[in-house]
Ligand binder design. Structure first.
Ligand SMILES: Cc1cc2nc3c(=O)[nH]c(=O)nc-3n(C[C@H](O)[C@H](O)[C@H](O)COP(=O)(O)OP(=O)(O)OC[C@H]3O[C@@H](n4cnc5c(N)ncnc54)[C@H](O)[C@@H]3O)c2cc1C
Length: 277
């Protein structure tokens, strides 16, 4: 099937893109790598009257390191991160996560900002960025920007905190010390597929950070302070039965098999992180 007709709207900067969104009153959408939006257009599940391509906007393909953060433009592709073009906030984690997304053709076009804004519960960046304590910088039609913590950015499946006239311009990730550890374990049936379950773990003794995150839960990533505390206290993941119990009591609608997959993903992520500690 072919997409319904739409106009391609030019924008010179993020504010102009925001103005196009505002003028479109819900009928104009942002186009980034098109890897999620393209299929929806082709199936006519989305029928926008206009698309604003953000991949050429100033700043959106830049990456930089400050004293405290790594900043990645929203239109940076998974492939550029996989190829090591991006500074790492914690040794090797971004490259690992990027390289596990789909297959190379998707990674060549798909962008980190597109992935976060699409807010698929099974996507990799939403979970990885939550584990890293990242935030999304959004810019509106008036040119003003605001920073939204990942824990507040994804509101539900395919729902974000972006306002109708805002686009994501940047992802900001705190930098971790050389002693920091991470683990990221994705369970999927076939290579190149979305996750059935994700376990993510980030810990840094210098900043006294310890995060345990579960992804592909059907909604936003789930953070467990209790399980993070267990690892911080004991230097090992909690037993499978204990993790299953935490997930069962989480209020998330999780099947038995999903709970098992998440518990296993968590254990492997923590074990990978602490393997040579
Ligand atoms: C076969 C296949 C397998 C895949 N497997 C995985 C996988 O294993 N893991 C994974 O994480 N992902 C996977 N994906 C998704 C892929 O990572 C996409 O690249 C990503 O979800 C969307 O990024 P995009 O740049 O293509 O965005 P687009 O498809 O262009 O846009 C997606 C949505 O986000 C909005 N949007 C995009 N950019 C912005 C912005 N800057 N500001 C505001 N809104 C914006 C768009 O309006 C649209 O609603 C897969 C995709 C395919 C086709």
């Amino acid at each position: 099937m072919k997409p319904a007709p739409f106009d391609l709207i030019g924008a010179s900067d993020p504010a102009a893109a925001g103005r196009a969104l505002a003028a479109g009153d819900g009928m104009v959408k942002v186009l980034a790598g098109g890897q999620s939006l393209g299929p929806m257009l082709n199936l006519r599940l989305a029928r926008p009257e206009g698309l604003v391509d953000v991949t050429g906007l100033p700043g959106l393909t830049a990456m930089r390191e400050t004293a405290t953060h790594v900043e990645i433009g929203a239109a940076v592709t998974h492939a550029r991160i996989e190829d090591g073009e991006c500074p790492e906030p914690i040794a090797g984690m971004l490259r690992h996560v990027a390289g596990g997304i789909a297959y190379r053709a998707v990674r060549n076009r798909g962008t980190i900002g597109g992935s976060l804004c699409h807010a698929d519960p099974a996507a990799d960046w939403v979970t990885a960025m939550t584990a890293l304590g990242a935030s999304v910088v959004a810019t509106g039609a008036d040119g003003r920007s605001r920073e939204i913590a990942m824990t507040e950015f994804m509101l539900g499946a395919y729902r974000t905190a972006l306002r109708p006239d805002e686009i994501a311009t940047l992802v900001r990730i705190p930098r971790y010390s050389a002693e920091a550890r991470w683990g990221y374990h994705k369970i999927c049936r076939k290579v190149g597929e979305f996750a059935d379950a994700i376990g993510a773990f980030v810990a840094d003794p210098v900043s006294r950070t310890c995060r345990v995150v579960f992804g592909a839960t059907g909604g936003p990533p789930f953070l467990s302070a209790g399980l993070a505390g267990h690892v911080a206290r004991t230097g090992a993941p909690a037993g499978l039965a204990e993790v299953r119990e935490v997930l069962a009591q989480s209020g998330l609608a999780l099947s038995e098999i999903k709970i098992h997959q998440l518990a296993v993903a968590h254990r492997r992520a923590v074990e990978e992180a602490l393997a040579d500690a």
